[in-house]
Write a protein that binds this ligand. Structure first.
Ligand code: ADP
Ligand code: ASP
Ligand code: MG
Length: 407
């Protein structure tokens, strides 16, 4: 008998028929002798709909009210799943994040989970009741509802699994597992049977939204094995787990892309100590996370600085940067949202050379210009024009022969 946390994403509970199917799957796992705790996301499209409502009221909604609004999608879904379980003869109870006491910090719209109180869940398990818990939401120290950022139900699931010391966490979604790249834009994408925490964390941070990146931070820290699989078919999906020796034999395990960033360039920045610190302190004080940064070689005491930030923060960032650039006597501030970041990821990159050359030549062959580059031990990212995203992903997928991957 295993203790399993199952998470069902938006498309898995997209309509009432699917809600019934979810209930059947939960019951199957229970009838096989397992203990099951269920985490549910809002029905497909519902979170977007709620955000759309807020957008109609104001461009910059108050974070607290935004979270009260967007967390409601999950409340509907947990109630429906619990009802479906009951109607099929299995006692079930739905719970909101606040009822379980999933505590978070107070950073509305992107809160971090600080703790999960297991008392209530354990009580239900003892009684043989299935606890159906709302994903994506928690409660801060002052009793406010918070949400965990888009895709946050994955993190709820892994955090609950970690707190319960569950045997593993199953993530049910609309694809059969984790692929070498997003199968929606690359038909040659191949399903992986396993991937290391570190690689998947990198892939998720670089745009593979099949798992929220924070869920992997939890999984890695608490050693929770994750099994990503389809809620529409049976069969093995992909295990996200500790790295093993075999994994390093594969040089690159996946290609990701992210169209969600924008770049800002400040021209004619005086090249002297303290200037970069002024620019980036101001950006960070505005709570904006900077990703890549490049600075040109100085010419006549001036340099250009370019950096990327989330597109959603562009207006706020421009406001801040224009102000600092005046203070430091720099030139123009320019921005561009028409960019995408494509990345190649793999633990094998630690021990294999030539990845950069292969990446650049594959892009060059298609006439794709590289605007920015960044590397780490297990990834290489290039910023390109957004219109080339799909093409870039496909040629890189081919250049690294990922269609033939053996994992
Ligand atoms: P859910 O609603 O179940 O949480 P998401 O839409 O958040 O589902 O995540 C699943 C989607 O992630 C897939 O439909 C797929 O298009 C996308 N995706 C992106 N990269 C990958 C990848 N490498 N492997 C699998 N799916 C991916
Ligand atoms: N419903 C939330 C979202 O759409 C959380 C999730 O799906 O994981 O982002
Ligand atoms: Mg998701």
């Amino acid at each position: 008998m295993a203790l399993i946390v199952q998470k069902y994403g938006g498309s898995s509970v997209g309509d009432i028929e699917r809600v019934r199917k979810v209930a059947q799957r939960v019951i199957e796992a229970k009838e096989e002798g397992n203990q099951v705790v269920v985490i549910v996301s809002a029905m497909a499209g519902e979170t977007d709909r709620l955000i759309g409502l807020a957008d109609q009221i104001t461009e910059m909604p108050n974070g607290r009210e935004y979270d009260v609004l967007v967390s409601t999608g999950e409340q509907v879904a947990v109630a429906l799943v619990a009802m479906a379980l009951e109607s099929q003869g299995h006692p079930a109870r739905s719970f909101l994040g606040s009822q379980i006491r999933i505590t978070t910090d107070g950073a509305f719209t992107r809160a971090r989970i600080l703790g999960v109180d297991t008392e209530r869940i354990l009580k239900e398990l003892e009684k043989g009741t299935i606890a159906v818990i709302a994903g994506f939401q928690g409660i801060d120290g002052e009793g406010n509802i918070t949400t965990l950022g888009r895709g946050g139900s994955d993190t709820t699931a892994v955090a609950v699994a970690a707190a319960l010391k569950a045997d593993y966490c199953e993530i049910y979604t609309d694809v059969e597992g984790i692929y070498t790249t997003n199968p929606a834009i690359c038909p040659e994408a191949k399903k992986l049977s396993k991937i290391s925490y570190e690689e998947m964390l990198e892939m998720a941070s670089l745009g593979a939204k099949v798992l929220q990146s924070r869920s992997l931070e939890f999984a890695m820290k608490h050693r929770v094995p994750i099994h990503v699989k389809s809620s529409f078919s049976k069969g093995e999906g992909t295990w996200v787990m500790e790295e093993d020796e075999q994994m390093e034999d594969v040089v690159v395990s996946g290609i990701t892309y992210d169209k969600g960033e924008a770049k800002i360039t400040i021209t004619k920045v005086p090249d002297k100590p303290g200037v970069a610190s002024k620019i980036f302190s101001a950006v960070s004080e505005a709570n904006i996370v900077v990703d890549m940064i490049i600075q040109n070689i100085s010419a006549e005491g001036y340099t250009d600085v370019t950096f990327t930030i989330p597109q959603t923060d562009l207006n706020k960032a421009l406001e801040v940067v224009r102000k600092v650039s005046q203070e430091i006597d720099a030139g123009e501030v320019r921005s561009d949202s028409n960019i995408a970041k494509v990345s190649v990821v793999g633990v094998g990159m630690r021990s294999h050379s030539g990845i950069a050359a292969r990446t650049f030549s594959a892009l060059a062959k298609e006439g794709i210009n590289i605007m920015m580059i960044s590397t780490s031990e297990i990834k290489l990212s290039c910023v390109i024009e957004a219109k080339y995203t799909e093409l870039a992903v496909q040629v890189l997928h081919e250049a690294f022969e990922l269609g033939k991957t053996k994992r």
